[in-house]
Ligand binder design. Structure first.
Ligand code: IPE
Ligand code: IPE
Ligand code: MG
Length: 240
């Protein structure tokens, strides 16, 4: 139904601009990723403070494996190091972490860190932080389709039982609400293979700020922008 929700329940962020931030300072791209860790902490704090229940951060796309090996390795190493350091603090804040993406291509060390962070934070109830890591929306839809087709082939479901809900439950976001707002930093206006199914009625917001410069104030600004939006879902409302 067309209920006006002033605070978004689910905010998703495409964290972009780390490389450009580093380049502007004559630094290696890796240093941009490193500088992108503190804004993640800030986004989590701001999400908790604003009573946002789901925060999804696009951290690494399936396509990002195609970057120079040194950069990919640096990102993986940074992920491991950050997870080791942040787990307890996130748990204290009531944050539950979920890693969303295919668990392929990762080294055993990364897989171990994924399990560790999910386990250490599993009791968090204030906010679920979903890290899209080795995520591709097209792959997600493809895998869901294969899963459903398999069940049809086995005679477990009939074709007319394939509903939007069944599809949603076969996606990696099963059990999550759709994002109310999708933010992409750095002045790029595209989804880059992110949440193609779930974004149907998301509000989009494209601040110019590069991800390493993102902070709690920027998050609050996004929340204010969201509150001004009139979501119509194809209907006619008093404001239209
Ligand atoms: C986003 O920053 C982080 C990842 C994709 C891993 P980029 O690394 O894409 O930064 P730009 O777009 O090159 O500035
Ligand atoms: C999208 O950013 C992926 C993440 C932010 C993790 P990219 O920088 O990889 O996307 P493109 O290449 O600009 O579309
Ligand atoms: Mg980029």
């Amino acid at each position: 139904m067309n209920v006006k929700r002033v605070t978004p329940q689910h905010v998703a962020i495409i964290m972009d601009g780390n490389g450009r931030w580093a380049k502007q300072r004559g630094k290696e791209r890796y240093e941009g990723h490193l500088a992108g860790v503190e804004p993640v902490r800030a986004a989590v704090r701001a999400a908790v403070r604003n009573n946002v229940k789901w925060l999804t951060l696009y951290a690494f796309s399936t396509e990002n494996w195609g970057r120079p090996i040194a950069e990919v390795e640096a990102i993986m190493e940074l992920f491991c190091r950050t997870v080791v350091g942040e787990g307890d603090d996130l748990a204290r804040q009531g944050v539950r972490v979920k890693i969303m993406g295919e668990r392929t291509n990762f080294s055993p060390a990364v897989l171990e860190m994924i399990e560790q962070i999910e386990s250490v934070t599993r009791k968090g109830e204030r906010l679920t932080l979903v890290l899209a890591f080795n995520y591709s929306a097209r792959r997600e839809i493809l895998l869901a389709t294969q899963h459903i087709a398999q069940r049809v082939a086995e005679g477990k479901i009939a074709i007319d039982e394939i509903t939007e809900q069944l599809m949603a439950e076969a996606l990696m976001t099963a059990g999550m609400p759709d994002p109310d707002m999708i933010i992409r930093t750095s002045g790029e206006y595209r989804l880059s293979n992110f949440m193609l199914w779930q974004a149907s009625y998301a509000e989009f917001y494209f601040p110019e700020v590069l991800w390493p410069d993102f902070n709690e104030e920027e998050f609050d600004k996004a929340i204010e922008v969201f509150a001004q939006r009139d979501r119509r879902y194809g209907l006619v409302t008093d404001e239209s």
